[in-house]
Ligand binder design. Structure first.
Ligand code: ZN
Length: 115
């Protein structure tokens, strides 16, 4: 799976609160994770170039934020109308708008708004 560098760049900048939240309580420092992210930007997202330790940090914190972001559903995760995961192409928008929803939930909400 290819890393969306736009999403990654967002998480290292304006969206860094998402990283901080993921790291919270784990004993890791946000700047460690952000540093790994910066390295990835420099290598165009080539995780094969990461040494084992940064690679583990990537797998633990950044990968879930890039590929496995749960949809918050219409009213909590259990009410998701899709498969529970936000599509890659909606991630940047979701982070930016702080509306973590998949396309199916967005469509459902749009329908409700019309009715
Ligand atoms: Zn959903």
């Amino acid at each position: 799976m290819e890393i969306d560098l736009n999403v990654l760049a967002y998480l290292l900048g304006k969206g860094k609160s998402y990283v901080e939240k993921a790291v919270q309580g784990t004993g890791y420092l946000p700047r460690t994770v952000l540093g790994v992210g910066t390295n990835l930007i420099d290598t165009d997202g080539n995780i094969d170039l990461l040494a084992p330790k940064p690679r583990a940090t990537y797998e633990k914190f950044l990968k879930p934020l890039l590929f496995d972001v749960p949809c918050q559903g219409l009213d909590g995760a259990a009410s998701c109308q899709g498969n529970g995961i936000i599509e890659g192409e909606l991630l940047l928008k979701s982070y930016r708008d702080e509306e973590l929803r998949c396309s199916a939930c967005r469509a459902a909400i749009a329908t409700q708004a019309v009715n």
